[in-house]
Write a new protein. Structure first.
Length: 76
């Protein structure tokens, strides 16, 4: 299948691909299969980069934070 897309959409796809492990074609297939938008990918990658930066600064969950999350989902 061949699709004609605008230069601006192509640029966004290529920018997302450059920031991820997916090719532009894989992004399109995943977006169509899972109902995702280019905006979703951009936000996701922004959040991943923020998380990596926080980890690089040594900002991790405390033992208490982890215990709170684990206990929240344990059956009672």
């Amino acid at each position: 299948m061949t699709l004609e897309i605008s230069d601006s959409l192509k640029a966004r796809l290529e920018a997302i691909a450059a920031r991820s492990t997916l090719s532009a074609e894989e992004i399109v297939v995943d977006a169509l299969a899972n109902g995702r938008s280019l905006s979703w990918y951009e936000r996701f990658l922004d959040d991943v980069e923020k998380g990596i930066a926080a980890a690089d600064r040594g900002e991790f969950a405390t033992d208490e934070d982890v215990a709170r999350v684990l206990n929240k989902y344990r059956p009672t």
